[in-house]
Design a protein around this ligand. Structure first.
Ligand code: IMP
Ligand code: MG
Length: 172
């Protein structure tokens, strides 16, 4: 497989995450923080981001899938193993790889709101493709705004490939 050129380099990702970590640490000071990682695409982002959050926090994982090839099927399937845990005293930060049409994140927010009833829900996405938005939603914390191109790497896949690329590139 031919490797794509970097749209966002490892160094740019690292610097941005350091900055996001500082802002999030300040914003959640003295609050109970649970970070919920949207698998699988966000695992690299989550692992790097949580190391830059300098305060006690818990972590969890939620599965959401809607994509086949480069087009969304529109239906978002949710898979959350911790649905019976008590989140009523938690401030939740959802960490996702990319905000595209907005269907996934809005579905996850409604699910968490209805099922877990936490104190508060905020969102953090590494990438934002605002030109593709279908649902009226914005993320509280955004790493990079990108053009309408299908990107891969740093967790993001094309049919499950390229997730292990350490940088973000555009699929050829
Ligand atoms: P949305 O529901 O359309 O906002 O899509 C969000 C999900 O679609 C993300 O969490 C990704 O898994 C996937 N996705 C959207 N755009 C891309 C892309 O450019 N590359 C890889 N995955 C993408
Ligand atoms: Mg995803």
């Amino acid at each position: 497989m031919e490797l794509p050129k970097a749209l966002i380099t490892e160094k740019q990702i690292e610097e941005k995450i350091t900055l996001l970590g500082k802002i999030i640490t300040k914003d959640f000071e003295n609050k109970n923080l649970t970070i919920i990682c949207v698998t699988k695409g966000s695992i690299l982002f989550m692992a790097d981001l949580m190391r830059q959050i300098n305060m006690p926090c818990k972590i969890d994982f939620i599965g959401a899938s809607s994509y086949e090839d480069t087009e969304s099927t529109g239906k978002v399937k949710i898979n959350f193993a911790s649905k019976n845990k008590d989140f009523s005293n938690e401030n939740i930060l959802i960490v996702d790889d990319i905000l595209d049409t907005g269907k996934t994140l809005s579905r996850i927010i409604s699910y968490i709101h209805e099922k877990l009833k936490p104190i508060d829900i905020k969102t953090c996405v590494l990438l934002d493709k605002p030109s593709r938005r279908v649902v009226d939603i914005n993320s509280d914390y955004v790493g990079f705004e990108i053009p309408n191109k299908f990107v891969i790497g740093y967790g993001l896949d094309y049919n499950e490939h390229y997730r292990n690329l350490p940088y973000i590139g555009i699929l050829k």
